[in-house]
Design a protein around this ligand. Structure first.
Ligand code: PGA
Length: 253
């Protein structure tokens, strides 16, 4: 782990009413009151952010948005700005999730603008990258990831990227029950760290936390976390239930 604190985040996607989100967040907060040695974040739907923030109070569970727009305010119907996310209590924001790339036309260029806007507004971006099944089968994994990182972080400076987190989420493993083997995850994480090193130098490359995402469950988290370049996880389905997510967060116990 190279001294990097584990960071496990739950992406609640388009699930849960405000009431359900508040109940799950409170239960989760109670279940981690023994303070496992891991940074914890949940990303509820926008409609639930403020209520979940209130419900969490002094809890160590942090809050994140699932997306943002790069302007601070303006006539952009349906969008949410970094300023608004901060105001609702977010410290993190997920950017470029494969579902956004696939269904909502996000590109490396929009991802770059969003990463920049997040950083400028004091939000730590979780930049998601990952290859499709076809890209893996045709041996394009590394070139695809290289392009996503190079273009997603183009023109940014190493000094401003301190808060950045990267999430490696192979598209074929998201919500499918198929997990990358821990060796596959490690191989890619090491590669991603080397891309960061080439672009921004050794210091950032060593410090940056790289999460794995894609069908992370209580029964596979420990093995993944044992790999030297896997610093955490971005969890979808298994983060929706406080008891199950808490088991993932207690992987060291
Ligand atoms: P999953 O989702 O854990 O349900 O596979 C992961 C993600 O999309 O972040």
């Amino acid at each position: 782990m190279g001294g990097r604190k584990p960071f496990i985040a739950g992406n609640w996607k388009m699930f849960k009413t405000v009431g359900e989100a508040v109940r799950t967040a409170k239960e989760l907060s109670d279940r981690v009151s023994d303070a496992p040695d891991v940074d914890i974040m949940i990303a509820p739907n926008f409609t639930a952010l403020a209520a979940v923030h209130d419900a969490l109070g002094e809890s160590t569970v942090m809050l994140g948005g699932q997306n943002l727009f790069w302007e601070s305010e303006g006539a952009f119907t349906g969008e949410t700005s970094p300023v608004m996310l901060r105001d609702a209590g977010c410290r993190y924001v997920i950017i470029g999730h494969s579902e956004r790339r696939q269904y909502f036309g996000e590109t490396d260029e929009t991802v770059r603008k969003k990463v920049k806007a997040a950083l400028e507004n004091g939000l730590a971006p979780i930049l998601c990258v990952g290859e499709t099944e076809n890209e893996r089968e045709t041996k394009k994994t590394f070139s695809v990831l290289d392009k996503q990182i190079q273009n997603g972080l183009k023109d940014l400076l190493s000094d401003e990227l301190g808060p950045l987190v990267i999430a490696y989420e192979p598209v074929w493993a998201i919500g499918t029950g198929k997990t990358a083997s821990r060796e596959q995850a490690q191989e890619v994480h090491r590669f991603l760290r080397s891309v960061i090193e080439t672009m921004f130098g050794n210091e950032l490359a060593n410090a940056i936390r790289i999460q794995y995402g894609g069908s992370v469950k209580p029964n596979n988290i420990k093995a993944l976390m044992e790999m030297p370049d896997v610093d955490g996880a971005l969890v979808g389905g298994a983060s929706l239930d406080a008891e199950i997510f808490s088991r993932i967060l207690h992987f060291q116990h």
